[in-house]
Design a protein around this ligand. Sequence first.
Ligand SMILES: *[C@@H]1O[C@H](CO)[C@@H](O)[C@H](O)[C@H]1NC(C)=O
Ligand SMILES: *[C@@H]1O[C@H](CO)[C@@H](O)[C@H](O)[C@H]1NC(C)=O
Ligand SMILES: *[C@@H]1O[C@H](CO)[C@@H](O)[C@H](O)[C@H]1NC(C)=O
Ligand SMILES: *[C@@H]1O[C@H](CO)[C@@H](O)[C@H](O)[C@H]1NC(C)=O
Ligand SMILES: *[C@@H]1O[C@H](CO)[C@@H](O)[C@H](O)[C@H]1NC(C)=O
Ligand SMILES: *[C@@H]1O[C@H](CO)[C@@H](O)[C@H](O)[C@H]1NC(C)=O
Ligand SMILES: *[C@@H]1O[C@H](CO)[C@@H](O)[C@H](O)[C@H]1NC(C)=O
Ligand SMILES: CC(=O)N[C@H]1CO[C@H](CO)[C@@H](O)[C@@H]1O
Length: 543
Amino acid sequence: MLALAFLVSCTLFSTTLAASAPAPPSVTLDSAVFTGIRVNNTDRYLGVPFAQPPVGDLRFALPQTLAKFEGAHDATTYGSVCPQDLAVVIGSGGSDFLEPFQAAFTAVFPSPVGVNQSEDCLYLDVYAPAGTKQGANLPVVVWLGFGSFLWGGSPFYDGNVIVERSVQDHEPVILVIINWRLNAFGFLPGQQAKDAGITNLGLRDQRQALQWMQQYIGQFGGDRGRVTLWGANTGSISVALQMLNNGGNTEGLFNSAWMHSGFPVPLNTYSDLQGTYDILVNQTSCLNSTATDSLECLRELPFDELYLAMLAAPAQERFGRWQVVLDNDFIAEQPETLLQQGKVARVPFVVGCTQDEGTDEALNLTSIITDDDVATWLMEEGLPGVPMSAVEQILALYPSDPADGSPFDTGDLYAITPQYKRLSAIVGDLEYHGQRRFFLNNTADQQLAWSYQSNEFKFPFVGAIDLSDLLNIWAPGDLTDRLIFFVANGNPNNGSGLVWPQWTVQVPNQLNIANDSSFTIEPDTFRTEGINLLMSLNIQFPE
Ligand SMILES: *[C@@H]1O[C@H](CO)[C@@H](O)[C@H](O)[C@H]1NC(C)=O
Ligand SMILES: *[C@@H]1O[C@H](CO)[C@@H](O)[C@H](O)[C@H]1NC(C)=O
Ligand SMILES: *[C@@H]1O[C@H](CO)[C@@H](O)[C@H](O)[C@H]1NC(C)=O
Ligand SMILES: *[C@@H]1O[C@H](CO)[C@@H](O)[C@H](O)[C@H]1NC(C)=O
Ligand SMILES: *[C@@H]1O[C@H](CO)[C@@H](O)[C@H](O)[C@H]1NC(C)=O
Ligand SMILES: *[C@@H]1O[C@H](CO)[C@@H](O)[C@H](O)[C@H]1NC(C)=O
Ligand SMILES: *[C@@H]1O[C@H](CO)[C@@H](O)[C@H](O)[C@H]1NC(C)=O
Ligand SMILES: CC(=O)N[C@H]1CO[C@H](CO)[C@@H](O)[C@@H]1O
């Protein structure tokens, strides 16, 4: 999950943004003219506001609709990204074993130069095929990114990649990349946030952006009736939570979804994370405010004081400090309950995982050497409170033999510790493959569903690590074509090439992308016993 942290290296790449057309592209929104910039074969409209700046009284407030646009707007530079620890994002880090992957990732996602951050960050970027005009009614895909709810923003992605591939595929699409509030600004937990109705603001920002698009995307040449949500890791969890919001009623805001390696695991409640709120308050001059006015005090703090306190708040749980919470409001009940109750948007969707999802987290568990250490880790962290009898079943289904572990299909290689490959397999199944199958299991009889697994890019030691499938789709590669077909037609097939069958409860088949980049179809039935056990325990013993 800790995506963006380790992936962006210190090296800064400069992107050449030379405008090649004499007349820059423009759109009219209300009575305002937004002038964008043409870069190669894409018209970019950058830094377009979709909500009132969440500053002043609007800090820690629901996103507010903008007044009608007026005047002339320059849409040639990105809006600021939301407050985050930019030093971590732009810095390198992590284990040496990650370096080859990081190098490949940085080549596809070069660090943008001169990113600014500000509380005033509710902006989106629209990328359209050059010359697209109102009335073109192109399908629209919305990228929610990745970054652990802690990092990221629209300047980290080069939207030309997707749009230009779509033109080559003769299925032109419009890509929208949105910012949403992160960290304490977007995910303040605790009773105070609940009472004020301001939990999960980052997800509410996403919803606001979708509402904005219903009003305005037609002006850019988009079809507001064909909107696909798309994300990876926490962006993908966000997509899933939008599907579970509002009893599954999309309000017409989107009509399909594509999710990479992120499904809604059992969530902490807003009160589970009360300590995170309290620590934030205690790190500021609001320390002496009463419980009832502490939120108002936080609202009035100078930005720098709040920002530094936010960064200083100690890490909480596996997912870090600031996370989506179960608030019984934006998220009515635990995601697995909503799925089982069928309170989910009945839209076509694609889900995918990489083969070795657990390796990056297992690299962080190298102090675990013996069987007993694994058992202790399961009982205390993996599945807190799980009884020893269940642990023994898990250990039997996930043996310590490196040939059975992840990175899979690598024999005895890469056993960094005697338990590394076993833990990688358990973590990958618990947090990714099991969640993916659970999602499919509870929806695929009611809506069109497709699944894939990427075994492409098998790196030494970490295998087909979490997010390595983005090296195909954002390169672009042939998975990009499938995304584009799906955005255009609600189906990742276009009538030629390998038929990617639907995943059904009766015949759970999925697309496999092999290490040599070829596509095959495989039954999604590997490690069934272990995965089913881990998922049933995960619901009983959430992390
Ligand atoms: C524009 O095209 C040039 C030449 O092919 C390429 O080097 C550059 O990366 C492209 N820029 C973007 C933003 O795609
Ligand atoms: C960041 O802010 C500076 C100062 O306001 C500005 O010159 C620069 O263009 C901004 N960078 C981006 C990427 O918008
Ligand atoms: C499907 O897409 C591929 C790749 O863009 C293209 O070559 C092929 O002609 C398309 N097939 C049909 C039937 O449109
Ligand atoms: C915050 O400070 C108050 C008052 O000093 C103290 O009672 C409380 O334990 C502190 N809470 C945390 C989580 O540090
Ligand atoms: C909080 O109250 C204590 C005791 O009254 C006082 O010593 C301290 O300076 C106050 N801290 C702040 C940040 O106002
Ligand atoms: C999927 O559904 C089957 C049949 O109800 C069940 O046995 C299995 O445990 C489920 N697996 C997951 C991962 O949800
Ligand atoms: C995967 O492909 C790469 C590049 O072609 C190759 O170096 C590597 O040995 C392959 N790995 C596996 C596990 O097959
Ligand atoms: C068990 C283990 O190695 N945990 C480490 C995981 O990574 C964090 C942050 O780098 C460390 O603080 C932990 O000690």
